[in-house]
Each structure stands twice: as structure tokens, then as C-alpha cells.
Design a protein around this ligand. Structure first.
Ligand code: MCN
Length: 784
């Protein structure tokens, strides 16, 4: 009988559940990483872009003559050139499984055609011998633009008389969707003992990865094949857009390679206008072309995130039990749909709405609104944080208004462990989870009940202390299929090939841990290969906290195939029946004997064996996959304590506790880091980050002088702990871990601030970011 080791009881120091140090870190921290800007090609030219300085206008004419004659210029490209060459516009990806009430396309050309719709929109591309010559020539292009009125605020965009971006999108709403007319929900609200209504803002952000986008590309004219070396979150996603929508070519004609990626967080998942224009130009000028964004240009060119105004309501009975929840999301999409713009609110928020609560009814409606701003794309959380924010702020407010203790109101409504598997009103089947145990663990760790003494101590120092919590759950996984290859190479190493792409998550460590564990192999000999579009299994990308669930499970399944092949081969070589072969700890053994062959020896023997009988595998190389039956549901409880300074309005986060259930942990150290990084990003959104435009649509926060990011000194020690309940849906028992830090922290932080404000007699309903000015004004209004 095959005896595969279970991950959790492995004696290996590098197996599943071991806190193995990230093997990529030494390389990355000692300057030996290879990021987009580290790659150069022989004879490369440089790209620079003319961008719109109008938020909205008719593009009457472009005079590129002087630029063409400028020193070093090799080519100048406009939207007309791209149109003439048949380069297609970027469209949004289909929203499978959703019936839209309105669906107006917003085709996004790589270089503006006829009209500009946001400040920073690329209008022309110059290719020159040097980056400076390209930039100088850009300054010589004259764009004749007739300005049109612009609108950048999502609520103003739907108001009567607002400037219209797309003629067919009445009220600037290009998509309208709702989760289904449900008279029951109206009755529940009408008959409820209490209804809590809130207007919430999911503030506009920029992901701010350390590495701005930077790439180099070339065209092999003999093979008519583009080679593009670029940061990405997975080449398949890029290929689907480039091959299917933009260039209309088969996959073999575009070769994408990604080396190290300095943070993605969602913004590096899709091809951008700069990518498309440069790829096209490579075909024309016959030279490799490089483009490197400055920090400001990066903020002007990558997708922004969030930007929604939500009207939400919770219906409760006399005892504070939840009867129904509903939310209407006015989701800004920018001037054009990003590939995955609408997905965050329509899918991820609506799927998540009841969170961990036994709420019989839920309803979500989403209007996707076009504004004269950069397109909105996914950013860590990607709508999951919005669901958590909606429900947890409602619950907190309900507790306050009904005078029920906020832990008690949650306990009354949590889905009990005994009720799982549990079907939610939004159609999800929760497969695992112990929500109350997670809550209890977080409360204990945070010394929840000791808060009054700490509040008193803060008050003695003139500070107002607040305590907040959030119980949350995420729907993660996305595209339900992922493949994996395992290859046994001549040098004795074992190569794992996946289609996902790490951007800092640590896959070079965690994926080999899975395979070393499952196959009983020396961890150091197991190596991950990612980032090459030509040599990879079918798969999608690293988005939606799906890589470990999807590619990790595909690897685990591939290990099973390796062992099956190995048993056949070992039986042949050891001259016994297959049924007599056992596998354990990396060895195939004839049961009850000391006749053994190691897995790696077996792989080597097969390589050297010459012709083998038909039923004996020629190698142990295997291709496996994993298909997820549904989403996965990581969940947690986070507790934050803040101090407000009434003199300055400054908010200080003084303690933070996160307890998460991410299922089986492959590498707890990595997961601690994932949660902590996410909490830091959550703190950024809750307290300071904010993309702002002025009333004419000028982008005011396009540099780190104007856009506030959290720094190490803004964070206390973040205490992270776990309550792992393995998911039965995949062979590893894992759930995603990449986004829970953000998702849990937004409501925990804002609830803590609301608690402090309410405790001081001020209005607790404050929006993100809770800047010193907003806090100060709220306290002043209450005469604190
Ligand atoms: N992990 C684990 N055990 C689990 C779950 C995860 O050990 N039960 C490990 C994984 O093996 C992986 C890491 O934790 O090393 C995150 O895993 P996972 O939850 O599968 O998420 P992905 O790898 O798919 O990463 C995507 C997720 C998202 S959606 C964003 S956005 C994000 C994030 O991860 N962007 C990041 N974390 C980031 N971290 C860094 N450093 N940089 C980014 O751009």
C-alpha cells in the first residue's frame, strides 16, 4: 500500500507546516534579484510617452513632425497608427455567471484615439536612441485638444447633468447589476425591529509596489514573434488579453518572460497601454525597446483601486439577530474598464456579503460608473475587503444603536461550527471554519476585557483610546483550474513548473516545501520554475490569494502521479508485483523487506535504462492539475486599539492582534509575514492613503510627496496567530492567506476609531482615510 506522509506529521525540517526561511530572500536582499529594469537587450532603443494633461477632451490633431526630426528619434506612434495597424483596444474580461442589466463597452486604445478621458492617458509614443532623447522629443509633439467638462467623483458622475464619458452609458453607468430581485428581502426590512443604514466610502488608492513597471521587448521578424520581458502576475493572463483582444495572434507569437517582481498587489496582472504600444512599435522599428516608469509616471499609468460609495443596511430582530443585509455599490471604474475592474464589487463583494454570520437574506446591487480618472483595477482585497468593511461597520453600528455588547451581537449571529457545511444566501457553500473559536482566540490574545484600564491610562495622558474588532471571511480562488509539471532533471534536481507568478509571496520556498514533503525529497534539490509563457502548464495567474490553493494543490496532485509512476517502475526494476511496492519517506520498498530504491535513484535509473516494457513509465516526469469545486473561505478575527490625540487629530495604532484561519499552513513564517504586510496596507488605507483629483480632473497625488504611505514607525508589533481548520476541498487543506491582513484590518481599524470617537461623545461615522484633519474636526464638532 502506498504510504505517503501526511503534511502535518512530517519529521522534515523543510516539509509542510515548517517555518522555512525564504530561500529567495538572500538573493533579493543582496541585490541579486533580476527586476524589470535589470534586463537590457543588445541594441535597445528607449520609449517615452506623451500623456494627456486634460481630463476630458476631443483630440483634434497631433503634430508629430518636430518630434520625428529630433535627435536620436527612431519612430513616433499615435493612436491612428495603432488603429491602422489593426491593434485592438483593451476590453474588460467577461464576468462569467453574472447577468448584467446594462453592459456598455468602453474600448481602451493603447494611444488615445479621437478623445482623451483622463489626465495621464497616453497619446503618443516616441522611440529614440536614449531615454533622454525620447523624453525631449515627446516635448516637441503638439496635441490639439478641445477641453470638455470632466467629472472625477463617483457620486457627481451619476448626478443629473454630469458630463458624460460614453454616450451609451446613461448617468455614466456602464454596467448595472443586481444579485436578483427578492421580495423576501423587502419584507424582511419592512418587518424588522431595527434597521441600521450607513453610507460608506471605500477610498481611492494606489497599490504602490516598490518596483514601478519597467520592461524590454523585441520582435523576431523572421519568426514574427514578440519577446517581452516584463514584471507580471502570470503570463497566461497577459497572453489572453494580448493575443485574443489586442494583436489577434496565436499564443506562439508572443513569448512572455518574468523574472523577479518587486510587488504586484493586483496592479501587475494586466497588460497596460504602454506595453501594447511598445510591443507594436517593436514590430515596426525592428529594434528592442525598453520602457521604465518613474514613480510619478507609475502612479499616472497603473490602475488605481477601490473608489466606491456604498449605501448599506442591516435588518435585525428584537434580539439583535440579523435578518437581512443589503448593499448598493456605486463603484467608480475610471475612464475605461480595466480588465478586471468590475469584478471586485460584482463578484467578490456580493459573494462575501453575509461574511461569517447566519444572515438568511442578502442583496447586492452594483453600478459601475465611468469617471475622468485612471481606470480602477484590483488591489489586495479586490472587493473582499469591501464586503468585510460593509458588514463589520454595520454590525458595529448596530451594536451601538441597539445597546448590545459588540462581541455579544457577533456571537449571537455567528454561523456555528456545527452548521458547516453552510450555504449562504449569496450561494457560497462554506466548507470549513470555526468562527467563534477564532473570535475567542483573538479576544484572549488582545486582552479584550482589560480595555477599560488601558483606556483610563490613555485618558490620563490626554489621549482617547478606542478598541475595534472585525470578524471576516473572504471568497478566494478565482479561475478554478491550474496545472503543474514535475520534472526530474539530469543534475538530480527536481523542477516544479507552474503558471502562477510570485511577486514577493515566497513561492520559491513554499512550493518546494509541498513537493519535498509529499515526495520525501531533500528540499534543497527541489526548485521552482515560473515566469515563462512557453514552458508552463495550463493555468492563470497569481491573483485572488489562489496560488497555494490552486498551483499548490496541482503540485500535490502531481506528486501523487509521480508516486503512481514510481511504483510501476520500481516494481519492474525490483522484479516484484506493483502491489508489493510501498512508498514512504522518498523510497519505494518491497513490502516487508529491506529491498528499497530511492525516488531520485529511480528517476536516474529510468533515464539510463534504455528501452522498457510498454507498461513501465520511461520517466517519473508528471503533469498534474487541480480544479476547485468552488471558492475557498479563509477567515479571521482582528482586534485593533488606537489612541486619538484631541489636540492634533492624529491616530496612533497602539496594538493589533490578528487571528486567521488559512487552513493548513505550508509555511507559518511566510503566512505571518503575509498577514503583517496586509495589515500595514490596511492601515495605509484606513489612516492616510488617498488618491485625489481636483475639480478639473488634475491628478493631485501623483508622487510620494503628496500620497501618504505608512512607514515602519506607524505600526506597532502586529501580533499574528492562527486557528487552522483545513479545507476539505483541496488535497493540502489550504485556504488563501495573501489578502486577509487587508480585509480584516480595514473594519477593525475603523471600528476602533469609531469607538474612540463615540466614547468621546463625537460622531463615530467617519470615512477612510481617518486623517488628523477629519478626526480633529469630528472631535471639535463634539466640543471635545
Ligand atoms: N501560504 C501558506 N499556507 C497557506 C496559505 C498560503 O504557507 N495556507 C503561503 C503561500 O505558499 C505563499 C503565501 O503564503 O507563499 C501567499 O499565498 P496565497 O494566499 O496562496 O496567495 P498568492 O500566493 O496567490 O498571492 C496573492 C496574494 C494577493 S491576491 C496579493 S494582491 C498579494 C499577496 O498575495 N500581493 C503581494 N501578497 C503579496 N505579498 C507580496 N510580498 N507582494 C505582493 O505583491
Amino acid at each position: 500500500m502506498m504510504a505517503m506522509r501526511e503534511g502535518t506529521d512530517t519529521p522534515s525540517r523543510h516539509g509542510i507546516s515548517q517555518p522555512v526561511r525564504r530561500r529567495e530572500d538572500l538573493r533579493l536582499l543582496t541585490g541579486r534579484g533580476c527586476y524589470g529594469d535589470d534586463v537590457n537587450m543588445q541594441g535597445q532603443a528607449w520609449a517615452a510617452f506623451l500623456r494627456s494633461d486634460h481630463a476630458h477632451g476631443i483630440l483634434r490633431a497631433l503634430d508629430t513632425e518636430a518630434a520625428r526630426r529630433a535627435p536620436g528619434v527612431i519612430g513616433v506612434f499615435t493612436g491612428e497608427d495603432l488603429r491602422a495597424a489593426g491593434v485592438g483596444p483593451q476590453l474588460r474580461l467577461p464576468l462569467r455567471g453574472f447577468t448584467l442589466d446594462r453592459d456598455v463597452p468602453t474600448p481602451r486604445p493603447a494611444l488615445a484615439q479621437d478623445r482623451v478621458r483622463y489626465v495621464g492617458e497616453p497619446i503618443a509614443l516616441v522611440v529614440a536612441e536614449t531615454a533622454a532623447q525620447a523624453a525631449d522629443a515627446v516635448a516637441l509633439i503638439v496635441a490639439e485638444i478641445d477641453p470638455l467638462p470632466a467629472v472625477t467623483d463617483v457620486e457627481e458622475a451619476v448626478a443629473p447633468g454630469a458630463p458624460r464619458l460614453w454616450p451609451a452609458a446613461e448617468d455614466n453607468m456602464a454596467i448595472r447589476w443586481n444579485s436578483g430581485g427578492n421580495p423576501e428581502i423587502d419584507r424582511a426590512f419592512a418587518g424588522a425591529a431595527h434597521v441600521v443604514e450607513m453610507r460608506l466610502v471605500n477610498s481611492r488608492l494606489f497599490a504602490s509596489p516598490i518596483e514601478p513597471r519597467s520592461f524590454v521587448a523585441r520582435h523576431d521578424s523572421a519568426a514574427d514573434r514578440l519577446e517581452w520581458i516584463t514584471p507580471s502576475q502570470g503570463s497566461e493572463y497577459m497572453l489572453r488579453v494580448l493575443c485574443d483582444q489586442i494583436f489577434h495572434v496565436p499564443d506562439e507569437r508572443i513569448h512572455i518572460r518574468t523574472h523577479d517582481v518587486g510587488g504586484g498587489f493586483g496592479v501587475k496582472e494586466q497588460p497596460y497601454p504602454e506595453d501594447i504600444a511598445v510591443l507594436h512599435a517593436c514590430r515596426v522599428v525592428g529594434r528592442p525597446i525598453k520602457w521604465r516608469a518613474s514613480r510619478s509616471e507609475n502612479m499616472l499609468s497603473d490602475s488605481h483601486a477601490r473608489d466606491a460609495v456604498i449605501h448599506a443596511a442591516l435588518a435585525l430582530d428584537e434580539q439583535g439577530r440579523f435578518l437581512a443585509v443589503r448593499a448598493h455599490v456605486l463603484a467608480a471604474m475610471g475612464a475605461y474598464f480595466a480588465c478586471n475592474g468590475p469584478n471586485a464589487s460584482i463578484r467578490n463583494t456580493s459573494y462575501g456579503l453575509p461574511l461569517v454570520y447566519r444572515t438568511p437574506l442578502s442583496h447586492t446591487s452594483v453600478d459601475c460608473v465611468m469617471t475622468n480618472t485612471q481606470p480602477i483595477g484590483p488591489y489586495r482585497g479586490a472587493g473582499r475587503e469591501q464586503a468585510a468593511y460593509i458588514v463589520e461597520r454595520l454590525v458595529e453600528e448596530a451594536a451601538r444603536r441597539l445597546g448590545i455588547d459588540r462581541v455579544e451581537i457577533r456571537r449571537r449571529n455567528l454561523i456555528p461550527a456545527a452548521a458547516i457545511p453552510y450555504k449562504t444566501p449569496s450561494g457560497r457553500l462554506y466548507d470549513s471554519g470555526e468562527f467563534e473559536a477564532v473570535l475567542d482566540k483573538a479576544l484572549a490574545l488582545a486582552d479584550w476585557n482589560g480595555f477599560p484600564a488601558r483606556r483610563k491610562a490613555s485618558a490620563e495622558r490626554g489621549l482617547i483610546r478606542g478598541q475595534g474588532l472585525s470578524c471576516f471571511l473572504e471568497n478566494v480562488g478565482g479561475a478554478p483550474h491550474e496545472g503543474a509539471f514535475i520534472r526530474f532533471t539530469e543534475d538530480g534536481s527536481v523542477l516544479l513548473v507552474v503558471a502562477t507568478q510570485a511577486q514577493g509571496q515566497g513561492h520559491e520556498t513554499t512550493f518546494p516545501q509541498i513537493v519535498a514533503d509529499r515526495l520525501g525529497l531533500p528540499y534543497d534539490q527541489v526548485v521552482l520554475k515560473q515566469g515563462d509563457s512557453t514552458d508552463k502548464p495550463a493555468g492563470f495567474a497569481t491573483v485572488g490569494s489562489r496560488s497555494t490553493i490552486m498551483a499548490g494543490s496541482a503540485l500535490a496532485n502531481t506528486c501523487t502521479l509521480v508516486v503512481e509512476k514510481g511504483r510501476k517502475a520500481a516494481a519492474h526494476l525490483l522484479e516484484v508485483a506493483e502491489a508489493d511496492i510501498e512508498f514512504a519517506h522518498g523510497e519505494f520498498r518491497v513490502a516487508g523487506t529491506d529491498r528499497v530504491i530511492g525516488l531520485l535513484d529511480l528517476a536516474a535509473r529510468l533515464r539510463e535504462a534504455g528501452p522498457l516494457p510498454e507498461d513501465v513509465p520511461a520517466s517519473l516526469d508528471s503533469n498534474g492539475d487541480y480544479t476547485a469545486p468552488d471558492m475557498h473561505f479563509p477567515n479571521g478575527c482582528h482586534v485593533a486599539e488606537v489612541e486619538l490625540d484631541p489636540e492634533t487629530g492624529r491616530v496612533t495604532l497602539v496594538s493589533y492582534v490578528a487571528v486567521d484561519d488559512v487552513g493548513t499552513m505550508i509555511n507559518p513564517m511566510v503566512v505571518h509575514g503575509q498577514v503583517q504586510g496586509g495589515v500595514a496596507q490596511g492601515l495605509g488605507q484606513a489612516l492616510m492613503e488617498h488618491i485625489r483629483y481636483d475639480e478639473n480632473g488634475q491628478f493631485l497625488t501623483a508622487s510620494l510627496m503628496d500620497y501618504a504611505l505608512p512607514r515602519a514607525g506607524d505600526l506597532p508589533t502586529i501580533e499574528t496567530d492562527f486557528h487552522p481548520v483545513p479545507s476539505p476541498k483541496n488535497p493540502l487543506g489550504v485556504k488563501g492567506a495573501g489578502e486577509c491582513g487587508v480585509t480584516g484590518s480595514l473594519p477593525a481599524l475603523m471600528n476602533a476609531i469609531a469607538d474612540a470617537l463615540a466614547g468621546a461623545g463625537a460622531d463615530p461615522l467617519i470615512d477612510m482615510p481617518a486623517t488628523p484633519e477629519r478626526i480633529w474636526r469630528a472631535l471639535r464638532a463634539a466640543k471635545v
